[in-house]
Design a protein around this ligand. Structure first.
Ligand SMILES: Cc1ncc(C[n+]2csc(CCOP(=O)(O)OP(=O)(O)O)c2C)c(N)n1
Length: 317
């Protein structure tokens, strides 16, 4: 990563963190609805991986957090409108925050039925092949979701057909209240790559540089026609499964331990040590993030809810 890219990744991680903090406030104040799964602590993995894509590549994100959208460049006001069920959202206020879809930037959405993303990713990969394009699909998913049958079917199909799909697991150690070791027989999700004869790699998901390098390598490989890869970033969900989760299934000590490897201050310190991030730049990024979020909140407040008679618009079948 060059200096410019490092700063851009840091800026987007910071903006994502501040946006999630604001969204949590709005939800707690009853000013936004929907079911928000916070991604606090997983921003390094999400932002750095997306930085390795081309603007015309496809993205299937997982259900956790806002950093995917911030990283891909979806306007913040649209995200807030989706959250508040307002017409200005990417789904015109009809899908909530778990249905952000932005085809202009290849963002194909996610599946609320976890595991639904995998066949869609394989299908997008197949469409690229049929059309003779050189795009790539990046598909995020959680460790719990990797136990769905669709994961295994899609990975096998992509491997056999050498489809350009990069599967990226955000292993945060938990699936709601179930720790990974109680649901999953392998220690590392990437070990499953061997079963499909594709490259598998586990990296520190809280280290943006390690994530970027691994994803870039897998993306380049897929683009050159050499097929899929299975990557995994080890990370941690620092907040609850949802905003308001009592988190009675894990200890305070465990959570506190992981706050000490929070990727945001960690990257901040690294970039400061490399003399890339100065106090002045940091202050500018903070101010810019807050102003962007304030403007977006105001915009979403000014937007109407969708009209009841538009309920069946955009229904294709
Ligand atoms: C098929 C299906 N089963 C269950 C759920 C309910 N659910 C939503 S999030 C979640 C946990 C998923 O865990 P993981 O894949 O590890 O991702 P994480 O939430 O930890 O980011 C579950 C069980 C769902 N949405 N879809």
């Amino acid at each position: 990563m060059d200096k410019k890219l490092k700063l851009e990744i840091y800026r987007k991680m910071l903006l994502s963190r501040r946006l999630e903090e604001r969204i949590a406030e709005l939800i707690k104040a009853g000013q936004a609805g929907g079911f928000m799964h916070p991604g606090v602590g997983q921003e390094a993995l999400q932002v750095a991986a997306i930085a390795a894509l081309r603007p015309d590549d496809y993205l299937l994100y997982a259900h956790r957090g806002v950093a995917y959208w911030v990283a891909r460049g979806i306007p913040i006001e649209k995200i807030l409108c989706d959250l508040a069920g307002k017409e200005g959202g990417t789904n015109h206020g009809k899908g909530g925050v778990m249905r952000v879809v932005y085809p202009q930037l290849g963002v194909l959405g996610e599946s609320g039925t976890l595991g639904g993303c995998f066949p869609i990713a394989a299908g997008a990969g197949l469409s690229i092949r049929v059309k003779g394009e050189d795009k790539v699909v990046l598909c995020f998913f959680g460790d719990g979701t990797s136990n769905r049958g669709t994961f295994h079917e899609a990975l096998n199909l992509c491997a056999v057909r050498k489809l350009p799909v990069v599967f990226l697991c955000e292993n945060n150690g938990w699936a709601v209240s179930t720790p990974t070791e109680k649901s999953t027989a392998v220690k590392d999700i990437a070990m499953r790559a061997a079963g499909y004869n594709v490259p598998g790699k586990t990296v520190d998901g809280n280290d943006p540089e390690a994530v970027y390098d691994a994803v870039k390598e897998a993306v380049d490989r897929a683009r050159q026609g050499n097929g899929p890869s299975l990557l995994e970033g080890k990370t941690y969900r620092l907040w609850g499964h949802w905003v308001g989760d009592p988190e009675d299934y894990r200890s305070r000590e465990e959570v506190e331990k992981h706050w000490r490897s929070d990727p945001l201050p960690r990257f901040e310190e690294k970039l400061a040590g490399e003399k890339i991030l100065t106090e002045k730049i940091k202050a500018e990024f903070e101010a810019e993030a807050m102003a962007t979020i304030d403007r977006a909140v105001e915009f979403s407040r000014s937007q109407p809810h969708p009209k009841p008679e538009s309920a069946l618009d955009d229904v294709f079948a």
